[in-house]
Design a protein around this ligand. Structure first.
Ligand SMILES: [Zn+2]
Length: 247
């Protein structure tokens, strides 16, 4: 079996926050949505590379170069809109048939979670759709400064958007979407913030964050499973014991 490959461009990052409104910052929303997209694709045995996995500078030129070097089957760029308006929209380069099919499949899934669509649009100027070799789409999920921001103003709602993108990608790749059983959902669930973790794990994970041992924190940045958190806590306790014995 040969694995399908998908490249995810995560719009903005680091010194470039992108759009902002209603307490939402685009670079952060993009990362949360992109990670949910990645997780669903990996769960279906799709190989994924992301242009960034933390809050760091990530120019569009770098993204395109990385994407072309990776040579994926499909490429998705994740953005969030601003400037007055509401609804999802997706851009493709004119004439790209596979990209259009991908855009249609993603749009269908985004509508299925209750988001309106402004449609599939073409652009000859967006570097992402112009310069990527693989069939590529650029998604603008919602407007941070529009009335539809309330549909996506929590991490859970942003994950749902990422999962909708994933369903559209999987359909385009000819991979059947499999729902997770509840116990599998808990096992695979990735926690993006300390506050999201089960209560009994929070204080020790917070201590690892506070001392700098665990980085990448911030909305969407923690990105660990419950099992990973438990392993980290055991390692922390072992270190604490070892240090106490030395003292
Ligand atoms: Zn953007």
């Amino acid at each position: 079996m040969s694995y399908k490959k998908v490249f995810i461009g995560v719009g903005h990052g680091g010194s470039d926050p992108g759009a902002a409104g209603n307490g939402l910052t685009e670079k952060t929303v993009n990362l949360v949505v992109a990670k949910a997209l990645r997780d669903e694709l990996e769960r279906h045995d799709v190989a994924v590379r992301m242009s960034r996995e933390t809050d760091e500078d990530d120019t569009i030129q770098q993204e395109v170069a990385e994407c072309n070097a990776y040579a994926p089957d499909l490429a998705v760029e994740v953005h969030t809109n601003a400037g007055g308006g509401s609804g999802f929209e997706v851009y493709i380069y004119p004439g790209g048939q596979i990209a259009r099919t991908l855009a249609e499949h993603i749009e269908t899934e985004v509508k299925a979670i209750g988001q309106s669509s402004r449609g599939i649009k073409t652009s000859t100027t967006f570097m992402w759709v112009r310069s990527t070799i693989a069939p590529a789409v650029l998604c603008e999920g919602f407007f941070v400064d529009g009335p539809d921001h309330t549909k996506f103003n929590t991490l859970e709602k942003q994950y749902a958007l990422g999962r909708a993108y994933a369903k559209g990608v999987l359909k385009t790749l000819g991979i059947e979407f499999k729902e997770l059983k509840e116990e599998e959902q808990n096992e695979m669930k990735r926690y993006r913030t300390v506050e999201e973790l089960p209560e009994g794990l929070r204080s020790e994970i917070q201590a690892l964050v506070d001392c700098g041992a665990l980085k990448g924190v911030g909305a969407g940045g923690l990105d660990i499973t419950e099992d990973m958190a438990r392993c980290m806590i055991v390692a922390k306790r072992y270190t604490d014991i070892a240090l106490a014995e030395q003292a």
